[in-house]
Write a protein that binds this ligand. Structure first.
Ligand SMILES: Cc1cc2nc3c(=O)[nH]c(=O)nc-3n(C[C@H](O)[C@H](O)[C@H](O)COP(=O)(O)OP(=O)(O)OC[C@H]3O[C@@H](n4cnc5c(N)ncnc54)[C@H](O)[C@@H]3O)c2cc1C
Length: 304
């Protein structure tokens, strides 16, 4: 039988997700003297960042895990509680209270902030996680395109989006190959022309393996076994937005699955706020923190 927290004194805010967005909101709410609890499944995309060089205030860069540790410490300093767990279901009861079900327990809260982020869609290739953690395999040229200047770069991408990302990265290197992995439709004439004009190579065959070897990463082509050497690979196959538990509650999302929010980060369900990658596909720590600051302040005013 599920256990409940003391529903006579519900939390001011329950925060689902303990990445940069959720933890920043916890810091703000703690400093507004609000009771806030974070439930986190522990899979922040930030934990995959070997070193971020575009997060302001850290001129030498900071690893994602170091940043998360600092944010957790700061949130706890101001009274937030952080629990490991997966929120499986949310309800909104007749008393206008949010009820969250997680790991056989229930929690009641007067407001709720969804900061569940998104998950990268990865190709099914061995050794992929290792390559990400070692910084050979990247996902975000906005974050780290600067670091691949002059390198030999490969991109996994498809369709218009693959072409768009390749043209973006072309700014940083003239040795660039787009690989469509043999998935989906072949690129059309216009897409191929854009690549040709920008001097971007195209490989449309499937790739069987990704191996990290020494300082280089190798993508092996399936068809002829030819080894392709790259300094850096970008996997740009898109993201799955983790907005499901909010949409089940009636929150509206756009065609990409991002939650639609008002200027103060409130979803279409009153009292349910959202911040970070679950709201916007730009996927930046700065953006997540800014969303969280706006949402936490609006939550504080709503509770007043
Ligand atoms: C390899 C890589 C490199 C990157 N480099 C940079 C960079 O240099 N600079 C930059 O600005 N950005 C970078 N990013 C993007 C950045 O990591 C994200 O924009 C940022 O982490 C978004 O924060 P968030 O809090 O919205 O989501 P996340 O950090 O993803 O956190 C969401 C949290 O919610 C949890 N969660 C999800 N569902 C549930 C549930 N039902 N119950 C409980 N918990 C749940 C998840 O497990 C996770 O811990 C990078 C991303 C990747 C993958």
């Amino acid at each position: 039988m599920a256990q409940a927290n003391n529903t006579d004194s519900p939390l001011d805010c329950l925060i689902v997700g303990g990445g940069p967005a959720g933890l920043t909101a916890a810091i703000y709410l703690g400093r507004f003297l609000r009771s806030a609890r974070v439930i986190d499944a522990g899979k922040s995309r930030a934990s995959l960042i070997p070193t971020s060089h575009n997060y302001p205030g850290f001129p030498e860069g900071i690893s994602g895990n170091e940043l998360l540790t600092r944010l957790r410490l700061q949130a706890c300093r101001y009274g937030a509680t952080i629990n490991q767990g997966i929120v499986e279901k949310l309800e909104h009861d007749a008393k206008d209270m949010f009820i969250a079900h997680y790991d056989g327990q229930t929690l009641a809260a007067r407001t709720l902030l969804l900061a569940t982020g998104s998950a990268d869609i990865e190709p099914a290739l061995p050794d992929f996680d290792n390559a990400i953690r070692r910084g050979f395999l990247r996902h975000c040229p906005i974050c780290d395109g600067y670091e691949v200047q002059g390198q030999k770069v490969g991109i996994f991408g498809m369709g218009d989006n693959g072409v768009k990302e390749a043209l973006f990265i072309r700014r940083y290197t003239d040795d660039l190959t787009l690989m469509t992995l043999g998935n989906g439709d072949k690129l059309n004439e216009q897409q191929c022309k854009l690549l040709y004009e920008a001097n971007i190579k195209l490989i449309e065959d499937p790739i069987s393996e990704v191996q990290v070897s020494g300082k280089q990463i190798i993508g092996l082509k399936v068809k002829d076994g030819q080894a392709l050497l790259f300094d850096t690979l970008y996997s740009m196959l898109g993201c799955m937005v983790l907005s499901g538990i909010a949409t089940q509650l009636g929150a509206r999302c756009d065609e990409s699955g991002n939650l639609i929010v008002s200027h103060n980060m409130e979803t279409s369900v009153a009292g349910l706020f959202a911040a970070g990658d679950v709201v916007h596909g730009l996927s930046q720590i700065c953006v997540a923190a800014a969303h969280a600051a706006i949402a936490a302040t609006a939550i504080h005013h709503r509770l007043s």
